[in-house]
Write a protein that binds this ligand. Structure first.
Ligand code: RNT
Ligand code: ZN
Length: 421
């Protein structure tokens, strides 16, 4: 898109927002604090680079679609991430799962992973000036096949996963230390039961015990932030998920951990945007897993929809950008995967920029005066303001393609790189 066109449209938008007391330049400047953590697993449908190859399974999560071009090695994954990041304004972070270590063709079981297996990732992140986040991988493994990991009644299995997660914390803390920005290590486990269990309590007590063991060692918060992720149900764990919302909300509050809210993990009409202001009263920080569930936790590519808008609005309205860590968590194998990153990340960024452009103080006055029509009219009118021109200016300022211009770049990468895989 022509630079001159973007600038002209922005001038109009700036005037339009200024009439409501909103400073668009300030909103754009504030976007430097919106650092979205890109989930590496969209490049390869959560496959990982272990030997022997793990295939996504045993976790109640599923990636559908077989669009060609998924990454098959760390080199390809890095190239894909660099391509995606080159099309995104601002700085992102990278969120790694433990199955993406640089294992050099060796078989390294999950309870054996070490910092050295992730040093090349740390160096890569350093080179790009980005932070890393991390996740234990407690699925896609023979020891997760019976559906229980940290809450398993089989002591050897439980111990194996406790060891894995402990090692992940060592690695994550080292990532944070070397990169000078805390690494969020997020624990999600698949544990649950397809049909009605009679010992929900037993498994939850075991999970609590495992977490207590895992967190025995403390690391400086400047290096490591521990998060725990709840879920309502998964495929094969429809009747009970051990790590439910109440379980982790309680655990995070009591032990001052980050609570991870994934917007695919609740009843379809529940809004995690509504939960943010409550949770922030009781925990220091949150981790958000931003996704798009269609009828279930289907992990579709994020779009600029009401759900994501409410999430971003509540973070901004609560003035909590510095207490909310934002990561993406979707995996769709049915479309160009680089495109999936760019569409989803841009949508999440747009939600934050949109929220930063809200004249919240003005609307709150209507609310407090009981003027509900005026409040609704303002909220609706915000949707048709010249918002796109402000996001375009943000892209222009960051020297990345504006509007639809990134599509051609991705098509070229597909023709030259992805289609040859
Ligand atoms: C699964 C959780 C979890 C995973 C990733 C791959 O339902 O959302 O966060 O998606 O760990
Ligand atoms: Zn998640």
């Amino acid at each position: 898109m022509k630079k001159e066109f973007v600038t002209r449209a922005y001038e109009l938008a700036k005037e339009q927002y200024a009439a409501l007391g909103v400073n668009t330049d300030e909103a754009i400047a504030k976007m430097k604090d919106v650092k979205i953590s890109l989930h590496c697993w969209q490049t390869d449908d959560v496959g990982g680079f272990e030997k022997p190859d793990a295939t996504l399974g045993g976790g109640g999560i599923q990636c559908t679609g077989n669009y060609p071009g998924k990454s098959r090695s760390i080199a390809e994954m890095k190239a894909d991430l660099e391509q995606a990041m080159s099309l995104l304004p601002g700085k992102q972070r990278l969120n790694l799962h433990a199955i993406y270590g640089d294992f050099g063709g060796q078989t390294v079981d999950r309870d054996q992973i070490e910092v050295k297996h992730f040093q090349t990732w740390i160096d890569w992140a350093k080179k790009h000036g980005i932070g890393l986040d991390f996740n234990p991988t407690c699925f896609s493994h023979p020891k997760s096949d019976d559906g229980f990991t940290l809450s398993s009644k089989d002591e050897s299995i439980r111990k194996f996963w406790v060891d894995h997660v402990k090692r992940c914390r060592v690695i994550a803390a080292e990532m944070g230390k070397q990169l000078g920005t805390p690494c969020v290590n997020n624990i999600w486990i698949p544990d649950g039961s397809k049909d009605m269990p009679v010992d929900r309590g037993g498994h939850r007590a075991i999970l609590k015990k495992s977490l207590d063991e895992i967190f025995e060692i403390t690391y400086p918060k400047a290096y490591l932030k521990d998060a725990v992720e709840c879920k309502l149900f998964g495929i094969g764990s429809e009747a009970m998920v051990v790590g439910s919302h109440e379980f982790y909300m309680g655990y995070a509050m009591k032990n001052n951990k980050l609570l991870c809210l994934d917007n695919g993990h609740f009843h379809p009409t529940e809004q995690i945007g509504d939960k943010i202001s409550s949770c922030l009263l009781y925990v220091d920080e949150l981790l958000l897993h931003v996704t798009r569930g269609v009828r279930w936790d289907s992990d579709h590519v994020v779009t600029f929809n009401d759900e994501i808008m409410l999430i971003a609005q509540e973070v901004i309205r609560c003035n909590a950008l510095d207490r909310v860590n934002v990561g993406l968590d979707y995996f769709d194998g049915s479309l160009n995967r680089i495109g999936a990153y760019v569409v989803g990340t841009r949508a999440a960024q747009q939600a934050f920029l949109f929220a930063l452009l809200e004249p919240t103080g003005l609307i709150r006055k209507f609310e407090e005066a009981g003027k509900n029509f005026e409040r609704l009219a303002y909220l609706e009118s915000m949707k048709t303001m010249l918002f796109g021109a402000v996001y375009d200016k943000y892209c222009l300022d960051n020297n990345v393609p504006v509007g639809i211009d990134y599509i051609a770049v991705i098509q070229k990468y597909e023709a030259e790189v992805l289609s040859k895989r």
